[in-house]
Design a protein around this ligand. Structure first.
Ligand SMILES: [Zn+2]
Ligand SMILES: [Zn+2]
Length: 110
């Protein structure tokens, strides 16, 4: 299933918050200028969009800074990685306890 894919630009505030959360080892150059929602299509009035921003340096379990946003607010948050694998051993690229179906790397185009 194609993702929601709602786009949003990363403003300076979001970039600053992301780098604070990810710590001094993080690399600002890894941040894209804009991101798109990685969840399945959803009701945008009740559920925030979500996009991966930056993995935490040194972490091997998929911990990452995520951007959650809706029409009025955007916030950054550290989330654990979803640890589910599909039968082909592709790991889900979303965060732990995400809503909707898993996002296997092989079936989503970015
Ligand atoms: Zn969305
Ligand atoms: Zn998942």
């Amino acid at each position: 299933m194609p993702a929601c894919a709602a786009p949003t630009a990363l403003g300076l505030t979001i970039v600053a918050h992301t780098l604070i959360l990810a710590g001094p080892e993080s690399d600002v150059d890894e941040l894209p200028p804009y991101v798109t929602c990685e969840l399945d299509p959803h009701d945008t009035t009740t559920q925030d969009h979500a996009a991966h921003l930056l993995f935490l340096p040194g972490d091997t379990e998929g911990k990452a800074v995520w951007l959650l946003w809706n029409e009025k607010h955007a916030r950054t948050q550290i989330k654990d990685g979803c640890q589910e694998y599909d039968p082909d051993h592709e790991i889900c690229t979303l965060y732990a306890a995400h809503p909707h179906s898993h996002a296997w790397r092989s079936t989503r185009d970015y």
